[in-house]
Design a protein around this ligand. Structure first.
Ligand code: SF4
Length: 245
């Protein structure tokens, strides 16, 4: 995070790199289909081999730095331009990326100063930064958390994922992207850590959209998960089927 100081007031201005702010419909997980304003942050601490937002992995020339006030104004403008598409539903902002929790301090200020009581707060995260979610989870309405497998990101993150789940177990649902390389052993481990925190946390099994994973493998994983978790669903990325972003 870059901080600029205003020498006159000596108040630090928190800024964060943003790739894009746009209206669309949620395409993943148990809230698929709801209208939202999406805020895509630049930068990610992981490198998953199936990443579908490679442009947002690094802070790049297309990223623009926003203060919380400037971003709030951009979100409000985007909402006002698309208000009719919400059809009276609650205004909702989805923080996505990249990995938005890299900028948890920025998000905290944005919510506390500007978004509170105006927008419901939805966060899409890779679930690897428990110390960062701790800063903001009280202000979030929904946490969409991925469990990442070593076969995809070359890191064993189960310790971090467990800590993360414990912090936000009442607001979280979990998504696991499954490819033909996902091992049943690592999937079972994910099911175990979720169910140990709470068997009521919903689990979405999301077959990777580019992948040759067989229905048989997906259904096998589904059957394994339902032994320990009450709410398990198989859902592809709907925005790709709808051909929207
Ligand atoms: S965590 Fe998400 S944004 Fe980061 S590399 Fe993995 S899929 Fe891409």
């Amino acid at each position: 995070m870059i901080r600029h100081s205003n020498k006159k007031s000596m108040n630090p201005l928190i800024v964060a790199p943003i790739d894009e702010v746009f209206f669309s419909y949620q395409g993943e997980g148990i809230y698929a289909g709801i209208p939202q304003i999406f805020v895509r942050f630049s930068g990610c601490n992981l490198r998953c081999n199936y990443c579908d937002t490679p442009k947002s992995l690094k802070i790049n020339s297309g990223s623009k730095y926003f203060t919380t006030q400037a971003l709030f104004e951009y979100i409000t403008d985007t909402y006002n331009q698309n208000k009719d598409k919400f059809y009276g539903q609650e205004p909702s902002v989805s923080f996505t990326g990249g990995e938005p929790l890299i900028y948890a301090d920025f998000i905290l200020e944005l919510i506390q100063k500007y978004l509170k009581n105006k927008f419901s707060i939805y966060i899409e995260t890779n679930g690897s930064l428990p110390q960062q979610i701790k800063k903001i989870y009280k202000h979030c309405d929904v946490v969409s958390m991925d469990i990442k497998f070593k076969s995809a990101c070359k890191k064993d993150l189960f310790k971090e994922h467990t800590g993360f789940l414990k912090i936000c177990k009442n607001k979280v649902f979990v998504k696991t992207v499954i490819t033909e390389n996902t091992a049943e052993k690592e999937f079972v481990k994910a099911v175990n850590i979720i169910s140990k925190v709470s068997d009521k946390i919903p689990l979405i099994i999301q077959p990777a959209s580019f992948d040759n994973i067989t229905n048989q493998k997906v259904l096998k994983f589904y059957s394994v998960a339902t032994i320990k978790i009450k709410d398990v669903r198989i859902l592809p990325q709907l925005h790709k089927l709808w051909k929207i972003r």
